[in-house]
Design a binder for this molecule. Structure first.
Ligand SMILES: C[S@@+](CC[C@H](N)C(=O)[O-])C[C@H]1O[C@@H](n2cnc3c(N)ncnc32)[C@H](O)[C@@H]1O
Length: 244
């Protein structure tokens, strides 16, 4: 990273601070998992928007007969539940045990426990994790802004892709004027308070060895009546096929 780029990142996010964002997220989502839908009534519909954006932009990645998915930072499963009708199976993984418990309870209550299940994990991208499973598609919805080091997470996720498999991320797009987009109440769990630029996502995906980078605006979303509109993006990277 050039000095100029690193200065910009230091200025626009808190990912280089000493605060332990992973532990703060674990504690926050463990505490809020049971009441997440009450506290964020828009979240379930956002999962649907996120799935629709992924399917509209990259339709070839979704095959009900064959696509095996890892949904990373799956939370309580609102995104996974919207995704389920379009794929063969989903393994969810999240740092928060309480979120994973809600995920698995809802999957069982809805009769889909054999098609989707979640585990508590903070993936490193090492042999033996997730029982050695590899995936056709890895999704990560509305979580990149929570990760202190998006490069480390992207490299870990790339490890779990089959050759030719794809990573799809939806997250907050940086505003053209670099405005702060995340309310202060969430700063203890969100290092990337100004969202991500396309360039940042491209260098992150390419740094993890992913090719065919593409990023499209998803939709402008207003989470509260008095909140500013925030643009979201969907980004894709592909693990090179073997022998390429
Ligand atoms: C805003 S929620 C999104 C949940 C889900 N993807 C959805 O769209 O419904 C962010 C999730 O990221 C998880 N998370 C935060 N930091 C994490 C980390 N370092 N590793 C794994 N999960 C993490 C949180 O526990 C939380 O469930």
């Amino acid at each position: 990273m050039s000095q100029a780029t690193s200065a910009v990142h230091a200025h626009t996010d808190a990912s280089h601070s000493h605060h332990d964002f992973a532990r703060a997220n674990q504690a926050h989502f463990d505490e809020h998992a049971d009441k997440l839908e009450e506290e964020h009534p828009y979240a379930r519909n956002f999962g649907v928007l996120s799935v629709n954006a992924m399917r509209d932009t990259f339709p070839a990645l979704f095959d009900k007969e064959h696509t095996e998915v890892l949904d990373y930072a799956c939370g309580t499963g609102m995104f996974s539940q919207a995704l389920r009708p379009y794929v063969k199976s989903i393994v969810g993984a999240d740092i928060s045990q309480a979120s994973v418990d809600v995920y698995n309870k809802q999957a069982a209550d809805q009769g889909f426990a054999s098609q989707m299940r979640a585990v508590r994990a903070e993936l490193k991208g090492e042999p033996g994790e997730l029982g050695g499973a590899k995936f056709d598609l890895i999704t990560c919805s509305a979580a990149y802004h929570h990760f202190a080091d998006i490069g480390t997470v992207t490299r870990a996720l790339a490890f779990f892709l089959k050759p030719g498999g794809a990573l799809l991320v939806t997250d907050i797009k940086a505003a053209p004027d670099g405005a702060m987009l995340v309310p202060e109440t969430y700063h203890h769990v969100v290092p990337h308070r100004h969202g991500m630029t396309e360039e940042r996502m491209r260098t992150t995906f390419e740094g993890a060895g992913l090719v065919e980078f593409a990023l499209k605006d998803m939709q402008a979303v207003k989470f509260q009546p008095d909140a500013p509109e925030i643009m979201w993006f969907v980004a894709r990277g592909v693990k090179p096929a073997e022998g390429v």
